[in-house]
Design a protein around this ligand. Sequence first.
Ligand SMILES: [Zn+2]
Length: 145
Amino acid sequence: MCMNTQRSCRCGRNSAHMVYRDNLLSPSILVNLYCPECRARAVWDGRTMVEDCGWVLEYDLDAAQALMDQRNLGQKATPEFILDEGYLSWQGLSPHDREMNHKLHRELEPLINQDLNLYLKSLKSRWLEHVASLKAAGWRKAQRA
Ligand SMILES: [Zn+2]
């Protein structure tokens, strides 16, 4: 099981659904989250930060490394590794995938009683369109989807 939580950005205007793969890292490892509207407040440090389509995630890498070593991951803690591998990362491929998923289900729900096959096919094709758009926009996790 992975714990999922919502996290507000620094300015509070936006938030993201986060995932914690294997519950390895705790929420406090993500020291700061900046949305595209408040990212100018971040003093860029490539050692502790990673950018994803205008969002900036700042991690406590020393604490992350200690937790990773405890579990013998044999990996060097880097912001890119933590984000791309899902250890403290977007739930899905972007900050709002969860909402997008719910929205799609709500939109297509009327189809369930009419034509279940069409419902499932539509759900799949609309989701693939969404993933393709994230990929085109440059979201990191979408590049490998
Ligand atoms: Zn913000």
